[in-house]
Design a protein around this ligand. Sequence first.
Ligand SMILES: [Zn+2]
Length: 192
Amino acid sequence: MNYCPRCGSRLGVKVDGGRERPACTAEGCRFIHFGDFSIGCGAVVLRDGKALLIQRGINPNRGAWQIPGGYVEADEEIIDGVEREVLEEAGIVAKFSDVIGFRHALASPTANIYVVFRLDLVSGEPKYDGDETLDAGFFSMDEIGRMEQVQGFSLWSIQRALELPRGAGMTLDQTGLTTGRPGWSLFGVNGK
Ligand SMILES: [Zn+2]
């Protein structure tokens, strides 16, 4: 990266937070490149004790089974992102319930945080496009145990969702801290 993505000026180097980082040299532009990060999201959706899984149609891991999910857009609220991915990948309308966990991964070239949600089923039957997804459906733990190539992280997430009472994960803060702040989504554990 040689030029500022905000103003196009040449990048120099600035010490910020104890580390040298690429930074814009233009007067008034305060761009500093802190690194490349991405945010993923996925969802456990249960129906009668069975979990929604999709079979990947694209590499890496074409043919593997996993919970539906994908990347959150930079200008998208994360709950909208996960509900969109479930609809796009599996044809299922489902709404936010709680957060089951998240995984941080250091991987080249992009560090990634992947948040796993539990969503409540609203409507729809599992669909797949035969391209991005080869198959989709609701499966019991017995059935999942007999399937080949089930992603370990998805299995971990489904087990958590089956064990945790609904709402026992992190729920969305609805206090004055966030209600006046468009674009904020704050999730926390329940003390009650
Ligand atoms: Zn700049």
